[in-house]
Write a protein that binds this ligand. Structure first.
Ligand code: HPA
Length: 269
């Protein structure tokens, strides 16, 4: 794994991707945040050695390097999900690469189903913490100390300072923003009403199928993480309705503009 990561990093550096300030993972329907990035380099995942290639519709696969809010960013347009059949190692491979490109701060975004009764469809939620209920762990197996320690501290998986900064930015921009805990299940099924209830009982505010593996390896390598989730549907007792990938994408698309502005301001400051 170490050698593969270094090989990919070398390839990307030779293409001109050098010392980005931020790494950004653009999740479901949030891919359009890239419109705010003034792009210098875009490389299809298929052309990057050792990179998996995403298969889900709506997840175009491209690594982008450019400027956002005056800062250098490297962004994943399209991420890898465990449910696609990738191993956890493959799922998180790009985050390992980001670290050795020089990224210290990771911004992740996703779509999720809300179980907090105060949430509405289309809300943007700052992820304050997560609950890992994925069936496999990205750090399973022998630990490579070059990446990080065997036992990883997760007491502040999502940076408190960054959370406070985004709250301030949202307030200044008159955007109401939620905060809450993201619980990760493997998918690809959406939840049954009983499962949404379980998610709530377990103490989470929303549920999704991504993000947690990436944040875990980012923390393994000592990176600082910040995450946003768009609540695309609700799994609240009594009002659990049908949900589809198309609906998730449609709602996420509506929140895209606001989300883009928030993240741009966030990176800038
Ligand atoms: N459950 C899991 N993942 C999701 C959901 C959901 O309700 N909405 C968007 N991604």
């Amino acid at each position: 794994m170490w050698n593969k990561v270094q090989e990919t990093v070398k390839f990307l550096q030779e293409k001109g991707i050098t010392t980005p300030d931020y790494g950004i993972i653009l999740g479901t329907g949030l891919g359009n945040l890239v419109e705010k990035i003034s792009i210098e380099i875009a490389i299809s995942y298929a052309d990057i050695p050792n990179f998996p290639v995403s298969t889900v519709q709506g997840h175009s696969g491209e690594l982008i390097f450019g400027t956002l809010g005056g800062k250098k960013v490297v962004a994943m347009r399209g991420r890898f999900h465990y449910y696609e059949g990738w191993t956890m190692e493959q799922t998180v491979f790009p985050v390992r690469v980001m670290k050795y490109l020089g990224v210290e701060k990771l911004i992740v975004s996703n779509a999720s189903g809300g179980v907090n009764p105060a949430f509405k469809v289309g809300d943007i939620m700052i992820i304050t913490d997560h609950i890992n209920m994925m069936p496999a762990h990205p750090l399973h197996g022998k630990n490579d100390e070059r990446f990080g320690p065997r036992f990883v501290d997760m007491h502040e998986a999502y940076c408190k300072k960054m959370i406070a900064k985004m709250e301030m930015i949202a307030e200044k921009s008159n955007v109401s923003i939620q905060k809450g805990i993201y619980l990760a299940l493997q998918g690809p099924t959406f939840e049954t009403p009983a499962e949404y209830k379980m998610v709530k009982i377990l103490g989470a505010d929303c549920v999704g199928m991504s993000t947690v593996p990436e944040v875990i390896v980012a923390k393994h390598m000592g990176m600082t993480c910040f995450g946003l989730s768009v609540i695309t549907d609700l799994g609240i007792e009594g009002i659990v309705e049908s949900v589809s990938h198309e609906e998730v994408q449609e709602v996420a698309k509506k929140s895209e503009k606001v989300l883009g502005e928030l993240v741009e301001a966030f990176v800038q400051q």
